[in-house]
Design a protein around this ligand. Structure first.
Ligand SMILES: NC(=O)c1ccc[n+]([C@@H]2O[C@H](COP(=O)([O-])OP(=O)(O)OC[C@H]3O[C@@H](n4cnc5c(N)ncnc54)[C@H](O)[C@@H]3O)[C@@H](O)[C@H]2O)c1
Length: 257
């Protein structure tokens, strides 16, 4: 059964990494997609590659800019008529020791990870409310939003805020049958993290000294269930951590927490 057949979705930061993998899974589950990324070449190549699995459109822009978020939502409505799902995936890191953490890096990380999630989430939520048939918004958190990682002050803070923003959105949008959830993956090797591999594995934050590769997220972490109609009675906000031995209770686990 195609769990997203007939649904239309926006996935941000889908030029590579986790966003692209989510886009692939959505298409394979029957959704129609509008994907975006800030890097023009990457989104062109990604859309071309993803089109083998279904109907996919692309836009280039910065999710931290209101005008782009408005344009993206308008475009989705034009392509699909209606919007069902938003995945706020785009995100960046800044690896800087706290004592030297620059204000510019702090501002940029907050702008993309937190403000971008707010801006696009608000735009899409307004459309979902106007459509009157509910919908789903997934925000990308991180275990860094629950457990501090060294030299990542802005990133950690931004992801912790995404968790609380998600809970607030979920509480306010529940009366409209709009589910808002946050997923908090542990360490996954992508372009974002490839330079941190050794440091992270050695620093002790991951008790089992292991990591995920991006497609594992689709197998272990049943992301599609978060927007599937099967989950329509689950209105509350959850932040699920994909395990690599890290969760905020510090337990070693082998499944969803
Ligand atoms: N890789 C991990 O270990 C890990 C763990 C937890 C959470 N995450 C989160 O998952 C998300 C994706 O991470 P990833 O590892 O795939 O990273 P990635 O760098 O491989 O992919 C992120 C994509 O977002 C795009 N992007 C960046 N800024 C943007 C902006 N302002 N507007 C639009 N697009 C923008 C990038 O160009 C890139 O294509 C991020 O939110 C990240 O914080 C990643």
């Amino acid at each position: 059964m195609l769990r997203l057949k007939g649904k239309s979705a926006i996935v941000t930061g889908a030029g590579r990494g986790i966003g692209k993998a989510i886009a692939q899974k959505f298409l394979q589950e029957g959704a129609r997609l509008l994907i975006c990324d800030i890097v023009p070449d990457m989104i062109v190549v990604a859309a071309e590659e993803l089109s083998q699995w279904g109907e996919v459109y692309r836009m280039t822009g910065d999710v931290s800019e209101r005008a782009f978020c408005e344009a993206l939502v308008k475009q989705a409505a034009e392509y699909f008529g209606e919007i069902d799902v938003l995945v706020n995936n785009a995100g960046i890191v800044a690896i800087e020791p706290f004592l030297e953490h620059s204000e510019s890096a702090w501002d940029r990380v907050m702008a993309v990870n937190l403000k971008g999630t707010f801006l696009l989430g608000q735009q899409v939520a307004r459309v979902l409310v106007a459509q009157g048939k509910g919908g789903a918004i997934i925000n990308m958190g991180s275990t860094n939003g629950h457990v501090a990682e060294r030299e990542s002050a802005a990133y950690n803070a931004s992801k912790a805020e995404v968790v609380l923003l998600t809970k607030t959105m979920a509480a306010e949008l529940a009366p409209y049958n709009i589910r808002v959830n946050c997923v908090s993956p542990g360490f996954i090797i992508t372009d974002l993290t490839k330079n941190q591999v050794l440091a992270i594995l050695l620093c002790g934050n991951i008790p089992i000294r292991s990591h995920s590769v991006v497609l594992e997220i689709l197998r272990r972490w049943r992301i599609c269930l978060l927007f599937s109609p099967l989950m329509r009675h689950h209105l509350s906000s959850v932040s699920q951590s994909l395990l690599m031995g890290v969760n905020y209770l510090g337990r070693l686990t082998n499944g969803l927490v």
